[in-house]
Design a protein around this ligand. Structure first.
Ligand code: ARG
Ligand code: ZN
Length: 854
C-alpha cells in the first residue's frame, strides 16, 4: 500500500477538543477518550478514527452507547456513520504497555510507562484521526498506583492532582496549544527531578525539570545547561520565546530514536541526556547539547507550526537541524562544527542519495513513514535552509523567518509555505531553488579553471549534472550557490570571497587581473551539498591546505590531497605520499591553528568515504592502502606524535574548548603513534587507557588497542567491561568499540558478542551499538566470506518480530550491493531476498528490503 503526496485531502472531521482519561498499569491500562468532532467542509463521509491493534470496549456518541452494528473496524480504524455537523464521541480501550516491544504508543521501559507517538503511534493508544493536520486541545487525567508511579507527567501545564483510596493517586494536565496527536505524551514512574528555572525575554518564569532515575541525577547538569542556553539562544537569534509555565524532559533507556519534541514534555533516549566525565566522551557531551537544543527548538519549528502531512517532514526536521547546528556552532568552534556536520552528511546522506533508497527532501510516496526519518529529510533538508540563509544574508533571513513564524503560527504548513515566506521576506525568487525539494541525488559540479596569461584572466567553467535516482531518470539543472575565492600563489592572498550562482548545466565566470594562474578555493564553507570535481593539482591542494583562510576549504584541501594519494595507490598508480606527510606536518605544527581543527584536518578520510570515490568499492584494497598510509604517517612523524601526546596531557578535567581540543588532538596523536608500529605503542595506549580521568581519552585508547591483537587489548577490554557492566550506556561503548574495530576477527567477535549475556534485541541502543556499528565497519561487514551480511540479516529477521522500526534501520547497508563486486553483490542480494521471504515481515522492513532489490 503506497501513500502519495498528490493524494492529500483535507481531513473530513476535525477534533477541536479531546479529553483523555488513563487508568495506568503496566499489564492493563484503560484509556477513555472523549472527542468533540466537527465535520470539515461540505462532504458527508463517515467519521474514521485510526487505530492500530485496538479493540473498542465501548463506543458512545453524544452520551449514547452504540450497538455493535453502529460502528465497524476497517484496517484497524473505527468507522462510524454520523449525521450532521458536530458530536461528542467516546471510546474505551485497554492496552498492555509491558507487552509493547515496538516502543511505539504507550510502553514500559525499566519500570516507567512512557509514550512515543511520532509518526503514527497515537493510534496504538486510542482511536483518533492520526494525521498532523488535525489539531486539538488536550486535557489529560492519569490515575495510577502511587508507590510504583509517584510522578505523573503529560503535555502542557499541571492543573490538579490528588490522592485516591487504595494507594492510588491522580493528576490532570492541560495543554492550551492545539496540537496534532503525534505530539501527545505522558510519563508515569518513580523519577527524580533536576529542577531549575528560566525567565523568558518578556519576563515569564518557566519551571524546568529534567526527570531521570534517582541514581542518574548527577549526570543531568550538562543537559540542563544546554536547555537554558537553547532557550536564550532562540530568543536572541530567532526572537522565539517559550510559551508554557513548565518545560519537562524525561530520559528513558529504551527508545527507538534520539528524542521526541512532545509539547512541554520532551522524551529522550537517555544517551542524549546523561553525561559525566567518567562515562561520556566529548562527542557524547556535544550530542546531549545538540539534541536538547534540537528538541527545544521544535517548540517553534514543529509544534507551534507543524506539518500538514508527513511528506512535509523536512519542514520541521530540516529547519530544526539547521537551527541546532547553528546553535552548536555558536556554543563551540564554528569551523569544527561545520567539518563534523559535513562529514555526517557525506557519510550518511550522500550514500543514501546514491543508492536504491534515494528520495527527495520532500518525498512523493512512501509505504511506511518511519522509514523516511532519514539523513535526506534531516541533514540534506538542513543544507537547503543553510543555502537559503546564505543567499538571503543574515538580516533578510531573519526577516523571512519572522514572517514565516508570524504567518503560519498555529497552522499545519507545507515546505512550499516555508519557501514562499523566504521569498516574501527576503525579496528573492526561489523558483529554480525549489528543485532542491523535488529532485533526489547529489549534484556533481565539475570545476575547471583556465588561465589566459596574455589577457591576464582566469576563466572558471562550471558544469553540473544530477544523477538519475529511483523514479527520476532525468534531472533539471539546479540553482547551486558556490562560495569561491581565487588565491594568488605568490602572496598567498585572495581578493575576496564571492558567491557564484550556478543555475545552468554549464556556465563560465571570468575574473580579470591575474597575471599568474590563481589557485581555486571552491564550495567554501561547503556552501552547497554537492560533489565538486576539479582540475586542481596536488600542489594546489597542498597550498590550500596550508593557506586557505576558510577553515572548511582548508580541511577539504587536505582531505582531497589524502583521497588522491589513497585512490591512486589503490589503483596501482605512483603516488607522492611524502606530500601528505608534509601537509600533515605543516598543519600539526602550525601554532596559529585551533588544536580541534588540527585534529580534524590531519585525520585520514574514512574507508567508507574512500569507497564512495571508487567506481567499484574494494574494501580490502581500501583497508590495506589506508593502513599503509597511516603507518607511513606514523613512522615519518613519530617524534611529533610523541611530543603532541605528551604535551596535551591535562592536569584536571575541563569541558572548555581548549581542553576538548587538546583531547581530540591527543587521541589522534596516540592513534598515529600506535599506527607507526613503535614497540611501545600498545603500552602507551594502555597507559592512556589506565590513567585517563575521562571517557574521551579512555575510549579512544581502547579503540586504538581494539584494532590489533595484543595482551593489552584483552586486558583493557576486560577492565572496561568489569568497570561498566552495570551502566548500560557505557557498556554500549564496549560493544560498539569491538564491532567497529579494524581487527581481523571482527566478524567472528561480533557473532560471539551477539551471544553475550549482556546483549539483547529489546534495547535499541544495544542493538545499534553492536549491529549498527558493525554494519558501518566497511572492511569487516564486507568480509568476502559474506558472513558479515548473514549476521546483519539474521539480526534484522529476529529483530523485526520485536521492533520493526529499529530492524528497518539496519537494512540500508545491505542495499548498497550495486557498489560492490559481483561476488559481494550476489551475497548481499541473497540476504535481502532471504529477509523478504520471512513470513509476517513488517511493512517497515518489507519497504526497505524490497526497494533495495529493485
Ligand atoms: N521528531 C523526532 C526528532 O527529530 C524524531 C521522531 C522519530 N520518529 C520516527 N518515527 N522515526 O527529533
Ligand atoms: Zn527533530
Amino acid at each position: 500500500l503506497i501513500i502519495r503526496r498528490s493524494d492529500y485531502r483535507p481531513p473530513d472531521w476535525l477534533v477541536p477538543e479531546i479529553t483523555l482519561d488513563f487508568d495506568l498499569d503496566a499489564a492493563a491500562t484503560r484509556v477513555h477518550a472523549t472527542l468533540s468532532v466537527v465535520r470539515n467542509g461540505g462532504q458527508d463521509r463517515p467519521l474514521r478514527l485510526d487505530g492500530d491493534g485496538l479493540l473498542p470496549l465501548e463506543v458512545k456518541v453524544d452520551g449514547r452507547a452504540l450497538g455493535p452494528d453502529e460502528w465497524a473496524l476497517d484496517g484497524g480504524a473505527l468507522v462510524i456513520a454520523l449525521p450532521g455537523q458536530a458530536h461528542v464521541v467516546e471510546t474505551r480501550v485497554e492496552l498492555a504497555p509491558e507487552g509493547n516491544s515496538k516502543l511505539m504508543g504507550l510502553y514500559a521501559s525499566s519500570g516507567l510507562l512512557c509514550t512515543q507517538c511520532e509518526a503514527e503511534g497515537f493510534r496504538r493508544i486510542t482511536f483518533f484521526p492520526d494525521r498532523p493536520d488535525v489539531l486539538s486541545r488536550y486535557t489529560v487525567r492519569m490515575e495510577a498506583d502511587k508507590a510504583r508511579y509517584p510522578v505523573l507527567l503529560a503535555n502542557g501545564d499541571p492543573v490538579g492532582q490528588g490522592d485516591l483510596p487504595g494507594g492510588r493517586h491522580w493528576a490532570r494536565w492541560n495543554d492550551p496549544f492545539p496540537k496534532p496527536c503525534y505530539l501527545f505524551a505522558l510519563v508515569a514512574g518513580d523519577l527524580a527531578c533536576n529542577a531549575d528555572r528560566f525567565v523568558t525575554m518578556s519576563g515569564q518564569e518557566v519551571a524546568l525539570g529534567i526527570w531521570v532515575k534517582k541514581a542518574d541525577l548527577p549526570r543531568t547538569a550538562h543537559a540542563m545547561k544546554a536547555l537554558k542556553d537553547s532557550m536564550a539562544w532562540d530568543e536572541r537569534v530567532y526572537g522565539r520565546e517559550y510559551d508554557l509555565d513548565v518545560f519537562n524532559i524525561v530520559a528513558v533507556a529504551d527508545f527507538n530514536f534520539g528524542a521526541m519534541e512532545n509539547k512541554g514534555l520532551n522524551i529522550f533516549n537517555s544517551r542524549y541526556i546523561l553525561a559525566d566525565p567518567e562515562t561520556a566522551t566529548d562527542l557524547d557531551y556535544d550530542g546531549v547539547e545538540g539534541v536538547v537544543a534540537h528538541e527545544y527548538f521544535h517548540n517553534w519549528s514543529g509544534n507551534r507550526i507543524t506539518c500538514r502531512d508527513w511528506f512535509q517532514l523536512s519542514l520541521k526536521e530540516g529547519f530544526t537541524v539547521f537551527r541546532d547546528q547553528s546553535f552548536s556552532a555558536d556554543m563551540g568552534s564554528r569551523a569544527v562544527k561545520r567539518i563534523e556536520d559535513v562529514r555526517i552528511l557525506r557519510a550518511a546522506q550522500f550514500q543514501e542519495d546514491s543508492g536504491p533508497l534515494a528520495h527527495p527532501v520532500r518525498p512523493e510516496s512512501y509505504m511506511e513513514i518511519s522509514n523516511f526519518y532519514t539523513a535526506t529529510i534531516y541533514n540534506k533538508g538542513a543544507e537547503l535552509i543553510r543555502m537559503i540563509a546564505l543567499m538571503l544574508g543574515p538580516e533578510r533571513f531573519r526577516a523571512s523567518t519572522d514572517l514565516y513564524f508570524e504567518r503560519h503560527d498555529g497552522e499545519a504548513a507545507t515546505c512550499e509555505d516555508f519557501v514562499r515566506a523566504m521569498e516574501d521576506g527576503g525579496g528573492v525568487d526561489l523558483a529554480q531553488f525549489r528543485l532542491w525539494y523535488e529532485q533526489a541525488g547529489t549534484p556533481r559540479v565539475r570545476a575547471l579553471l583556465n588561465h589566459d596569461a596574455d589577457a591576464g584572466t582566469a576563466e572558471l567553467v562550471l558544469e553540473q549534472t544530477v544523477p538519475p535516482t529511483p523514479g527520476q531518470p532525468d534531472k533539471k539543472p539546479m540553482a547551486i550557490p558556490l562560495r569561491v575565492a581565487l588565491f594568488d600563489p605568490q602572496s598567498g592572498q585572495h581578493r575576496g570571497d564571492q558567491l557564484l550562482m550556478l543555475t545552468e548545466a554549464k556556465q563560465a565566470f571570468t575574473f580579470t587581473g591575474f597575471a599568474q594562474p590563481p589557485v581555486l578555493s571552491i564550495n567554501r564553507g561547503f556552501s552547497a551539498p554537492v560533489i565538486v570535481e576539479s582540475n586542481r593539482s596536488q600542489a594546489d591542494l597542498a597550498f590550500l591546505s596550508a593557506r586557505d583562510d576558510d577553515p572548511f576549504a582548508r580541511y577539504e584541501a587536505m582531505q582531497q590531497l589524502m583521497v588522491n594519494v589513497l585512490v591512486g595507490s589503490i589503483g596501482g598508480q605512483p603516488v607522492d605520499e611524502a606530500a601528505v606527510v608534509a601537509a600533515i606536518r605543516h598543519t600539526a605544527t602550525d601554532p596559529q591553528l585551533d588544536p580541534a581543527f588540527v585534529a580534524e584536518a590531519i585525520r585520514l578520510p574514512s574507508e567508507a568515504y574512500l569507497g564512495d570515490q571508487m567506481a567499484v568499492v574494494d574494501p580490502d584494497a581500501i583497508h590495506a592502502a589506508r593502513e599503509a598510509l597511516q603507518r607511513r604517517i606514523g613512522e615519518a612523524l613519530e617524534p611529533l606524535w610523541r611530543d603532541i601526546h605528551a604535551r596535551t596531557k591535562a592536569n584536571a578535567f575541563s569541558l572548555s574548548p581548549a581542553a576538548k581540543g587538546a583531547r581530540k588532538l591527543r587521541n589522534i596523536a596516540l592513534h598515529y603513534l600506535v599506527a607507526s608500529g613503535a614497540q611501545d605503542g600498545p603500552e602507551i595506549a594502555f597507559g592512556q587507557f589506565h590513567e585517563a580521568d575521562n571517557m574521551t581519552e579512555r575510549q579512544a585508547a581502547l579503540a586504538t588497542l581494539a584494532n590489533g591483537a595484543s595482551d593489552a587489548r584483552e586486558a583493557a577490554l576486560d577492565i572496561f567491561y568489569n568497570r561498566y557492566r552495570d551502566d548500560a550506556l557505557t557498556l554500549d561503548k564496549w560493544f560498539q568499540t569491538q564491532a567497529f574495530a579494524f581487527h581481523p576477527d571482527t566478524v567472528q567477535l561480533v557473532a560471539e558478542l551477539r551471544e553475550h549475556k549482556d546483549f539483547t534485541l529489546t534495547n535499541p541502543n544495544r542493538v545499534r551499538s553492536l549491529f549498527g556499528a558493525f554494519a558501518g565497519n566497511q572492511w569487516a561487514f564486507h568480509d568476502k566470506s559474506g558472513k558479515g551480511y548473514r549476521l546483519v540479516a539474521d539480526c534484522i529477521i529476529a529483530l523485526d518480530k520485536i521492533n520493526p522500526q529499529t530492524a528497518a534501520r539496519l537494512v540500508p547497508p545491505l542495499g548498497r550491493w550495486r557498489r560492490f563486486d559481483e561476488g559481494r553483490a550476489a551475497m548481499m542480494r541473497a540476504e535481502l531476498e532471504r529477509i523478504l521471504t520471512e513470513p509476517g515481515l513488517s511493512r517497515d522492513v518489507t519497504e526497505q528490503a524490497g526497494k533495495s532489490l529493485e
